[in-house]
Design a protein around this ligand. Structure first.
Ligand SMILES: Cc1ncc(COP(=O)(O)O)c(C=O)c1O
Length: 374
């Protein structure tokens, strides 16, 4: 890793960090600001968690709305993608006989939330097979023939374990032509991919903000289209439950708003990296690692058009325990897991601290697992 850049984060220097996509990576500066924010709150909790809270959150909501290309009246600040997904899965209308459809590679907690809701509502969940390695045509084609009565399709803008950049607008078009609405999981979008969340034609979108912005854990957003503005409610009933969207979600019981209040500084820090070309360089390294491990026998999960800027996933020709043991022994922190069909997956995320030596270590890992040069 670039030692000077890595030192801006609180990492264990013995490890190579290639998995900030799971939990995010706040800078030391952001953690310092978080402590300041906590001191400010503790100085006067009656105000900062009481009457002053809505006022403090309003500019943050406007900033997040700007990042999403959205009207701030349609944006709620939440703790994370899971909370927003749960709110949609518990409050959107669903009737017996309706279907909800999603890809088999959708994030497990999102899938489970809809499984639960369907079971309670007498609706059916259709889990669609994702063709891996995927082409754009095959990925959009997975939505071509939805079950009759499909009301919602939940799809990620960037899928989690398979790191596929889904052609969202095409999916929305395909789904809308069959009378259904898209709920967009945008967990890997803000700070990573320029997706015009509000302009996609989705009925709602949600995501976490701590994954790709250098923001302390945890913060997220929920955006809803006007037709469901008055319908979507937090899964937990709390004070202000019956007020407007922002108020409904601003108080989910006593919570810690400090990470959310740190978002403007995180965005400033991120913009500095962008202006300095650091994020572009990290994207180039993502291309480099893709080339190198492909030559060593790993298989990208999608064709080039489906690869997000700084997140890449591969089918690894080795059993998962062997990959995990080898990655651990090499001090590499990358996400590893199983695809729905049981094949082994590895996912690499690059960031401002990533350098050529990290790419070389991942390549050595790929070679050590017995892949062949092609
Ligand atoms: C696509 C996707 N959706 C939702 C989530 C859940 O995010 P969180 O744990 O921040 O709520 C994740 C987490 O990695 C994800 O990858």
């Amino acid at each position: 890793m670039i030692a000077q850049r890595a030192a801006e984060f609180a990492f264990d220097p013995a490890l190579v960090q290639l998995n900030h996509a799971s939990f995010g990576a706040p800078t030391r500066a952001a953690l310092g600001r978080l402590a300041d924010q906590h001191r400010r709150i503790e100085h006067d909790t009656a105000t900062r968690l009481g009457d002053g809270l809505a006022q403090d959150l309003a500019p943050v909501r406007r900033l997040v709305a700007d990042l999403l290309g959205a009207d701030d009246g349609q944006v709620a600040l939440v703790a994370n993608a899971t909370e927003a997904s749960g709110a949609l899965a518990t409050s959107l209308p669903l009737a017996p006989g309706d279907h909800v459809a999603l890809l088999d590679v959708e994030y497990e907690s999102v899938l489970r939330a809809w499984q639960e809701r369907c079971a309670r509502s007498g609706a059916r969940l259709a889990v669609l097979r994702t063709p891996v390695p995927a082409t754009a045509d095959a990925l959009v084609g997975a939505f071509d023939r939805l079950p009759a009565g499909t009301r919602y399709v939940v799809v990620s803008a960037v899928t989690s374990s398979t790191a596929l950049r889904v052609p969202v607008r095409e999916v929305v078009r395909t789904v809308a032509a069959q009378g259904a609405s898209v709920l967009l999981d945008a967990a890997h979008v803000v700070g990573h991919e320029p997706v015009d969340v509000a302009g996609t034609g989705a009925l709602a979108a949600f995501g976490s903000l701590h994954k790709w912005l250098p923001a302390p854990r945890s913060s997220g957003f929920l955006w809803v289209a006007r037709p469901v503005l008055d319908v979507v409610r937090p899964a937990a009933v709390a004070l202000h439950y019956d007020e407007d969207l922002a108020a409904r979600f601003a108080w989910r019981g006593t919570w810690d708003p400090a990470p959310t209040l740190g978002l403007p500084d995180a965005v400033r820090e991120w913009r500095g990296w962008e202006a300095a070309g650091d994020l572009r360089r990290a994207a180039e390294l993502a291309d480099e690692v893709t080339q190198a491990v492909t030559a060593a026998g790993w298989r990208p999960t999608g064709e080039a058009a489906l690869r997000p800027a700084r997140l890449r996933a591969f089918v690894v020709p080795a059993p998962l325990p062997r990959l995990r043991a080898a990655a651990d022994a090499a001090g590499l922190r990358l996400w590893t897991g199983a695809a729905p069909d049981g094949r082994t997956l590895a996912r690499v995320a690059t960031h401002v601290w990533t350098d050529e030596s990290d790419i070389a270590r991942v390549t050595a890992l790929a070679r050590s697992l017995g892949g062949q040069d092609r």
